[in-house]
Design a protein around this ligand. Structure first.
Ligand code: GDP
Length: 295
């Protein structure tokens, strides 16, 4: 479905080689292809433009014009820049608390509940932790049931309080329960709405203030493309979150949202979701994502 960018760049620069020296104009032509690839991958237009301007400066500075294999050098430069833009090193989760409290935020349907389960399972197996899941969606009884099903599947206890309509009280009670029962990680799943609204923002801000989590994660559906950026900005303005979880990367999106979000909120993407099953979780690797985005 997608054309291969490396091939395109090589082709563009190859033709030029026939004419002797590669010029600044040719580099600009090549960067147009890069920009097109980024836009195809759903990267925000302004960000794609800024990115190609940066690459252009570096390309001219790094003697791409006189290199023996300018096409390859250009591709490497683009990939390295994209990787750096998305975060460089792999970022972990802060587990220094006792218990460590992780607050999940995001819109309804973004994959919060699913990811809460995946993370609990991941921490349990990979890091030998004893997590507790806390159900704080007081609006949808089905959401509590969903978390209970997830907990059952992965063998992780779920704390819920169905009669209670105060998510702050439930999260505090959940943390107290964790302390009393030897859970060293508490994952708090919160309610989301279909779009950003004041009530939801106030609610999550209140929970955040009351429990002061070690880690606040923002979950976003990679398929939502450019909308993901606005949502990320709205949540970050309120929560100053620690990291992003990009879900549904098993879909046919190239994942340009990863670049756009990182550029706008400057927070690391920590994990990705790659399916509905509980083991479909992966640490975010910027270099792999750069490959995917460029095709
Ligand atoms: P929440 O409303 O934010 O808690 O979202 P859910 O966890 O209920 O997820 C919404 C839907 O997306 C469910 O049908 C999930 O199975 C699905 N889902 C969540 N994460 C992924 C993912 O990484 N890949 C795919 N394909 N589906 C996902």
């Amino acid at each position: 479905m997608f054309d291969n960018l490396s091939e395109k760049l090589d082709k563009a620069l190859h033709v030029l080689k026939g004419h002797g020296q590669i010029t600044e104009i040719n580099v600009a032509e090549t960067l147009k292809e890069v920009r097109r690839a980024l836009l195809d991958a759903d990267v925000n237009f302004k960000i794609a433009k800024e990115f190609t301007n940066t690459v252009k400066e570096k390309a001219l500075g790094q003697d791409v014009l006189t290199a023996l294999q300018p096409g390859q050098l250009m591709v490497k430069l683009v990939k390295d820049e994209l990787t750096a833009l998305m975060g460089g090193d792999v970022e972990g989760i802060n587990l220094s608390g006792d218990p460590s409290v992780i607050l999940m935020s995001g819109l309804q349907g973004s994959g919060k509940t699913t990811f809460s389960g995946k993370l609990a399972s991941y921490l349990k197996t990979k890091k030998t932790k004893k997590p507790l899941l806390v159900a704080c969606d007081v609006y949808r009884p089905a959401a509590v049931d969903q978390l209970l099903v997830v907990g059952e599947q992965i063998g992780v206890e779920v704390f819920s309080d169905r009669g209670n309509t105060d998510p702050v009280a439930i999260s505090k009670a959940g943390i107290a329960y964790a302390k009393a029962n030897g859970h060293n990680v508490v994952i708090i799943d919160t309610a989301g709405r279909l779009a950003v609204d004041e009530e939801m923002m106030n609610e999550i801000a209140n929970i955040h203030k009351a429990i002061q989590p070690q880690e606040t994660l923002f979950v976003v559906d990679a398929m939502t493309g450019q909308d993901a950026v606005n949502t990320a900005k709205a949540f970050n303005d309120i929560l100053n979150f620690d990291g992003v979880i990009l879900t549904k990367l098993d879909g046919d999106t190239r994942g340009g949202a990863a670049i756009s979000i990182k550029s706008v909120v400057n927070k690391p993407i920590k994990f990705i979701g790659t399916g509905e099953k509980m083991d479909a979780i992966d640490v975010f690797y910027p270099a792999r994502m750069a490959e995917r985005i460029l095709g």
